[in-house]
Every structure is written in structure tokens, then in C-alpha cells.
Design a protein around this ligand. Structure first.
Ligand code: FES
Length: 96
């Protein structure tokens, strides 16, 4: 995946070795990656909204901090998993 293919302020779902990842690019151009499944119910966070460095679940509005995976808005209470993401030579590199 080329970093230029992901617009700042957007979320995309990517699958790596069968694991669904919600890849976020902040308005500032930084990449973040979390598991693409809300910890409340089975919805894709990549269908939600990006607010700075938080993602809002499309179903019931839970908020997750993309840096730590912590819940910052109910109804979810379990943190989500964060994956390291870097850009090398214009390619997005995810570490599972
Ligand atoms: S499924 Fe995400 S908040 Fe309910």
C-alpha cells in the first residue's frame, strides 16, 4: 500500500495475513493502525470517523485513542489493539 494512496483524514481497512486492520491517516499525515473490530460489538472501525487521533465506531459511537488503543468514549470499555506502522520508501509497513 502506497502512503500517497491514503488521504490525510481518512480511514481504510487493510487485511494482513488474515488480520483486519483499521489504518488511519491523521490530518497531519501521520499513520496509525488498530484492529478493525470494535471491542463493543462486531463492527469495523474503518467504517467510522476519524477525529484527530481518535476513531469513532460507526455503530454506537465508542471512541478509541489511536496511539494507545484506550477507550475514550463509551459504550466500549475494552481497549483495542494497536499495531506499529511506519512508512518506508513511500510504502506503508505494518507490524503484526
Ligand atoms: S459496536 Fe462499536 S460502539 Fe457498539
Amino acid at each position: 500500500l502506497k502512503s500517497d494512496d491514503v488521504k490525510p483524514g481518512s480511514l481504510v481497512r487493510v487485511e494482513v495475513d488474515g488480520t483486519a486492520i483499521c489504518l488511519a491517516r491523521t490530518e497531519g499525515g501521520e499513520f496509525r493502525a488498530v484492529a478493525d473490530r470494535c471491542t463493543h460489538e462486531d463492527y469495523s472501525l474503518s467504517d467510522g470517523s476519524l477525529w484527530d487521533d481518535q476513531v469513532e465506531c460507526p455503530a454506537h459511537g465508542s471512541l478509541f485513542d489511536l496511539n494507545t488503543g484506550d477507550v475514550t468514549g463509551l459504550p466500549a470499555f475494552e481497549p483495542t489493539r494497536v499495531y506499529p506502522v511506519t512508512v518506508e520508501d513511500g510504502e506503508v509497513v505494518l507490524e503484526l
